[in-house]
Design a protein around this ligand. Structure first.
Ligand code: ZN
Length: 249
C-alpha cells in the first residue's frame, strides 16, 4: 500500500513540493501505522508496525531502514555519548539520521553526496578535496557498490582519516564471489539490476572480498554484530545481518 501511495503522490505532486513538505507527508502516512507494538530507534515514534518495503522494514515517520536505526543507536550510545569534539564526515547520509547527528553541537559534522546539492559538500570519493588526516569519524554506508574505483576510494578514506580514527562501512552482499562491471565498460540498467540488484550499482561484493579490500587500503577491521547487543531488538524492526564494518587507522 505504501509503495502505491508513494507512486501516486510522486505522479501528481511536483518533486520540489514533495521535498519541501516531506515530513508533513510522512506524518500523514504515519497515522495509519501508529500503535504501541514497536518503536523507531531513530525518530522515537511509536508504531503498530513498520512498513514492509522491498528494501526492508521502513519507518513511515523518518523513512529509515534497519541499518540507519542500528547505526544511530551505535553512534549515540558508543561514540557520541563521550561528548568528544569529533570531526565527522558522512557520505550519502539518510536525511533524518543527518538531522539527528547535526543537532549534536559538540560535533563538527559535514555531509557529502556527489549527486545531491542538498548536502554540505559534493566530494568525489575517489579524489576527496580534503587535507590528509581531516576527520575522526567517517560514515560511508551503501556507497562503495556505486563506485567503479572502490579501492581508490578506500585509499582516499584512509588518507583523510586521522590516526586512531574510525570509518564505518556497509554495502550489500551476496553469497558468491564479488561480481563487478569491468572498468572500461558500462552495462545497461537492466543488466546492472539483474547482476547487482540495482540500476546504479556497479558491483555486488562477497563478504570475504569486501573485508580484504578494506584491509588492503591499510585499515584494521572489526565486523560488529551490534544488533545482538540491543535488548529486545526483534521489537524494533532491526535486521540481524546488518553488521557494522568498523575500519580503524
Ligand atoms: Zn523513524
Amino acid at each position: 500500500m505504501y509503495q502505491t501511495l508513494k507512486s501516486i503522490v510522486f505522479w501528481i505532486v511536483p518533486r520540489q513540493i514533495i521535498l519541501r513538505f516531506e515530513q508533513q507527508f510522512r506524518s500523514l502516512v504515519t497515522l495509519f501505522y501508529k500503535g504501541k507494538q514497536t518503536r523507531c530507534l531513530l525518530c522515537e515514534v511509536h508504531l503498530r508496525k513498520f512498513i514492509d518495503h522491498k528494501t526492508g522494514k521502513l519507518c513511515p515517520n523518518c523513512g529509515s531502514l534497519s541499518r540507519s536505526r542500528i547505526l544511530w543507536h551505535f553512534l549515540n550510545q558508543q561514540i557520541f555519548s563521550k561528548k568528544e569534539p569529533l570531526r565527522v564526515l558522512h557520505f550519502s547520509a539518510q536525511k533524518y539520521l543527518a538531522k539527528k547527528i547535526r543537532a549534536l553541537k559538540h560535533l563538527q559534522y559535514t555531509t557529502t553526496d556527489y549527486e545531491s546539492d542538498v548536502c554540505d559538500q559534493q566530494y568525489d570519493i575517489t579524489q576527496i578535496a580534503c587535507a590528509d588526516q581531516s576527520f575522526d569519524l567517517i560514515i560511508c554506508y551503501h556507497v562503495l557498490e556505486h563506485i567503479k574505483e572502490d579501492q581508490k576510494a578506500l585509499q582516499e578514506l584512509y588518507r583523510i582519516l586521522k590516526p586512531g580514527g574510525m570509518l564505518l562501512l556497509q554495502v550489500p552482499f551476496h553469497n558468491q564471489k564479488t561480481i563487478e562491471e569491468p572498468f572500461n565498460e558500462v552495462f545497461s540498467e537492466a543488466k546492472r539490476t539483474q547482476l547487482f540488484g540495482q540500476k546504479d550499482h556497479v558491483r555486488i561484493y562477497s563478504k570475504a572480498d569486501f573485508k580484504q579490500r578494506i584491509k588492503a587500503a591499510g585499515f584494521q577491521l572489526e565486523v560488529l554484530n551490534y544488533v545482538s547487543k540491543i535488548e529486545g531488538f526483534r521489537n524494533f524492526g532491526l535486521e540481524p545481518s546488518d553488521h557494522i564494518f568498523i575500519a580503524t587507522k
